[in-house]
Design a protein around this ligand. Structure first.
Ligand SMILES: C[S@@+](CC[C@H](N)C(=O)[O-])C[C@H]1O[C@@H](n2cnc3c(N)ncnc32)[C@H](O)[C@@H]1O
Length: 304
């Protein structure tokens, strides 16, 4: 048999038709839920088909039954990650949802910087950081308020489940079009030109110094002790079902210091037991209170 023909799906009405049964959809939905917390109901079947056919083409597979066998096998670990990338979006930009950065600048960061200047420890976490625009935006604001931040105990942790997007984030090189939301003064201080790429800019050394990237699946164990004074997890939980979201908020609440802040995406809301210790203080902005079982750590103790 001609191998090329073997990897070509049948054509129906001139369009390639990769067989996709309800059972195939159920396998993909269960795997996406188990590994990544993704919530795929049957109304998303067409969307899943259109997002994943590109994967099948690249793998030379002709139907979803073969694809399901691959993602269910031990050899399918890389493909499970590629599936996640195909099913979710990495859309992000600098200073997205600007009001959060305004709150940071005006009310959240000044006392934290004061504490850090007195020797305290300050940690920010961008969970689901995509290509890095969110944590670098945090770094820009920090450095604007505290140019010596790298010499203090102030750091931004930036994590994502997707290793491919993290390569981009660590490279920290962006096209001019992506930098529109960055003010001229931040551009002048924190963006460098890139030799041979006239349309690109690179994140400067000072901002890179305070941001650390790492791969982390929010559905698994977190090798993170915390606590964090600021936690950004925006436009990530939107993919999860209610129970998974509720567990996530509780896990975050455990890691946020009393008085610390959680910022979430514009269409997300904290729900479940975490509402006892995360009070809404602004648009999709929450502050950690002692709550019922909240941690009692406070970075100001003994510092300021
Ligand atoms: C739409 S982007 C949001 C980026 C940024 N937080 C923002 O609001 O602009 C969603 C990111 O969440 C990541 N993500 C999806 N599921 C995840 C999981 N289970 N654990 C960690 N990150 C996840 C994706 O890889 C993607 O980079």
């Amino acid at each position: 048999m001609n191998p090329a023909a073997a990897s070509t799906p049948p054509f129906v009405g001139g369009v390639a038709n990769y067989g996709f049964s309800d059972a195939d959809f159920a396998v993909i939905a269960r795997r996406a839920q188990m590994d990544f917390g993704l919530h795929l109901t049957v109304v998303k079947k067409d969307l899943v088909y259109s997002r994943l056919t590109k994967r099948l083409r690249q793998l030379g597979l002709t139907d979803f039954a073969s694809y399901c066998r691959l993602i269910e096998s031990d050899a399918g670990a890389d493909e499970r990650m590629a599936m996640l990338s195909a099913l979710t979006t990495n859309v992000t930009h600098f200073f997205r949802e600007e009001h959060h950065f305004q709150t940071l600048r005006e009310t959240v960061l000044p006392p934290l910087i004061k504490a850090a200047r007195a020797g305290g420890r300050v940690r920010l976490w961008s969970a689901g950081c995509s290509a890095g625009q969110e944590p670098y935006s945090l770094a820009f604001i920090l450095l604007d308020l505290c140019p010596e931040a790298a010499r203090l105990n102030i750091r931004v942790l930036a994590t994502d489940v997707d290793p491919v997007i993290l390569v981009r984030a660590k490279a920290g090189i962006y096209e001019n079009d992506e930098l529109k939301a960055i003010s001229p003064s931040i551009r002048a201080q924190h963006l460098d030109t890139v030799a041979g790429q006239p349309n690109c800019f690179s994140i400067g050394a000072k901002a890179r110094e305070i941001v650390t990237f790492g791969e982390l699946n929010l559905m698994q164990d977190w090798p993170i002790r915390g606590p964090f004074e600021v936690l950004f997890c925006r436009n990530v939980a939107i993919y999860f079902d209610k129970a998974t979201q509720s567990r996530l908020w509780s896990r975050f609440a455990e890691l946020i210091t009393v008085g610390g802040h959680l910022f979430i995406g514009h269409s997300e809301r904290v729900s479940g037991p975490a509402t006892a210790s995360l009070e809404a203080v602004g648009v999709t902005t929450y502050r950690k209170t002692p709550g019922e079982s909240g941690n009692k750590m406070n970075i100001f103790e003994g510092v300021a």
